[in-house]
Ligand binder design. Structure first.
Ligand SMILES: NC(=O)C1=CN([C@@H]2O[C@H](COP(=O)(O)OP(=O)(O)OC[C@H]3O[C@@H](n4cnc5c(N)ncnc54)[C@H](O)[C@@H]3O)[C@@H](O)[C@H]2O)[C@@H](O)CC1
Ligand SMILES: [K+]
Length: 519
């Protein structure tokens, strides 16, 4: 974002002051469109806003909001944190324009928070360290929100709006900076500019920010000059099938474990098939054949006793994607993973295939290659990358704080393959530092995904896409999106078995949207 702004300003086609004006206007528009009642007149008195303005350009946006709200007849109170004389130039200019309209009070010291809307313009992307001094302010905001605001003579606040990010949240990691004082506060609305920041999607960001509104401030022409290596995961046009033989869509091999514990691998296999792999074979120890034969139709079944049998099976070069992990068993995983990786095919490792190497990650890393994908949840991640997990768990003391994205990138570099770190804020990274965020948060939340077997289905979907020749990063990112989209489509009551069965609906909708676009 900063690189995009700099590129825009260096082009001299737009000034920082213009961007700030668009940002402030966007905030006002978002407030008025979110709560249409503010467009009409108040039953008693005028609508009232209190704007808390900080020492940088976030504060500058706040002064613009103050001016624009007062122009539509709001009663506006401005409270500043820091010395306005030391504001950066654009923010200073907007402070000075506001001063011709109204006074600027001091935020520290006695204050009465009394407003329909409180706008937090204290800190945005520039926050680098906690602001302990502001603790009592956030306590007051919390109390005032509990109170609500019922009219000119009552104290309290009705709604809390953040400009760009809730102050105290690190925009790069989504983590509250240690000692950040807004604990317990949840914003009603956060208005950000150009694109969502990483901090809106990861860790504490989604919950704290509340509803997120993105305002276009005209930076798109300069976007390509920015670091574009982090993209949101989403649908991919290649998900649609356009003819071809079943072998043109790949053959996935899912390896399962012993008798009586086959459910996870069967879920993965069905998900791989539903994701469009041409063929899927489940390879299980001979003693598990009867159980699986009774439960499978379109998924093929093969006896696969040991490393030798796997080596033999992989002589068939049409088997182009392998999935190991779901209910594989730790012993079997330790035996089969090196053989599978030695074949050099697209290979996904999940669950037991990761836990089998707890405490001896190098034994795994030495076999990994660029066509492999690891899909750990946080526990599995900690078993393979204990130091990175510790850094994630440590309190965030400074911004930019160590984020899930940093952790995934470092893990991918160390492992030499794509790493997908699961969670509501799934992140995916490659050894070269490319990254995707598949955040099922805020309006895209999929809370019913927190159910047994849902990770096995994800492993199957990604394996299916690998079989369809998606590159590891694309398979992981598109797979994570498909998985969450299926859950959103199904809604409440979802269990893992439902996920593969709802995929056809997701594909049908993508087809329909593509036809619409094609006219
Ligand atoms: N740069 C641009 O072109 C635009 C910036 N905009 C706004 O500008 C914001 C970023 O502005 P700034 O970079 O000035 O940063 P902020 O306004 O977020 O922070 C202000 C300054 O406070 C200092 N600071 C950091 N932590 C502190 C602490 N704990 N205690 C005291 N001071 C601390 C930093 O040095 C920083 O420069 C964005 O979030 C956005 O709201 C918008 O106006 C859109 C355009
Ligand atoms: K803010």
């Amino acid at each position: 974002m900063r690189a995009v702004e700099t590129a825009a300003m260096e082009s001299r086609q737009v000034t920082g002051l213009e961007l700030m004006e668009r940002a402030g206007a966007g905030v006002v528009k978002a407030i008025l469109s979110n709560w249409p009642e503010y467009r009409g007149t108040r039953r008693s008195g005028r609508w009232r806003a209190t704007i808390l303005c900080g020492p940088g350009n976030n504060g500058g946006d706040g002064y613009v909001v103050a001016r624009l709200l007062s122009q539509v007849n709001w009663e506006v109170t401005v409270l500043a944190y820091g010395d306005p004389a030391r504001l950066p130039p654009d923010a200073r200019a907007n402070h000075d324009r506001w001063r011709k309209i109204g006074p600027v009070g001091r935020l520290l010291g006695p204050r009465l928070l009394q407003a329909d809307v409180l706008v937090d313009a204290l800190f945005g992307t520039g926050l680098t360290r906690p602001v302990d001094e502001l603790a009592p302010v956030f306590e007051d905001i919390h109390a005032a929100l509990q109170e609500g605001f019922s009219g000119p003579n009552s104290p309290g606040i009705d709604r809390l709006v953040a400009i760009d990010v809730p102050s105290g949240l690190d925009a790069d990691s989504g983590r509250r900076l240690c000692g950040a004082d807004e604990q317990g506060l949840i914003y009603d609305l956060t208005v950000t500019f150009h694109r969502r920041k990483i901090g809106h999607l990861l860790a504490d960001g989604p919950e704290l920010s509340g509803r997120l509104h993105v305002v276009d401030i005209g930076l798109e022409p300069w976007q390509r000059l920015a670091d574009d290596s982090v993209l949101p995961a989403g649908p991919d046009a290649r998900l649609q099938k356009r003819g071809g033989h079943k072998y043109d869509h790949g053959h996935a091999l899912i390896l399962g474990g012993g008798a009586g514990r086959g459910g996870a691998a069967r879920l993965a296999a069905r998900a791989a098939l539903r994701s469009g792999a041409g063929l899927v074979t489940l390879g299980v120890p001979p003693e598990a054949l009867p159980e699986n034969a009774a439960r499978l139709d379109a998924v093929m079944l093969a006896p696969l006793a040991d490393a030798q049998a796997l080596e033999q099976a992989l002589r068939d070069s049409r088997l182009n994607a392998i999935c190991l992990g779901p209910a594989l068993g730790l012993e079997r995983a330790r035996e089969l993973v090196p053989v599978a990786l030695a074949a050099g095919r697209a290979t996904l490792l999940d669950a037991d295939a990761l836990s089998a190497f707890a405490g001896l990650p190098d034994a795994l890393f030495s076999h990994l290659h660029e066509r492999a994908v690891l899909t750990p949840h946080e526990g599995e991640f900690a078993r393979l990358f204990p130091d990175l997990a510790q850094r994630l768990a440590a309190p965030a003391e400074r911004g930019p704080a160590f984020s899930r994205l940093d952790a995934a990138r470092m893990a991918a570099a160390r492992a030499g393959c794509t790493v997908l770190l699961k969670g509501p804020d799934t992140v995916i990274a490659t050894p070269r530092g490319q990254a995707r965020i598949a955040a099922a948060v805020g309006e895209d939340a999929a809370p019913w995904l927190a159910t047994a077997g849902s990770g096995d289905v994800l492993a199957g979907i990604v394996t299916g896409l690998l079989a369809r020749s998606f590159a590891p990063l694309d398979a992981a990112a598109t797979g994570a999106w498909l998985h969450a989209e299926a859950a959103r489509r199904f809604g409440p009551g979802l269990i893992a078995e439902d996920l593969p069965e709802i995929l056809p609906q997701v594909f049908r909708r993508l087809d329909a949207e593509a036809s619409l676009r094609a006219g």
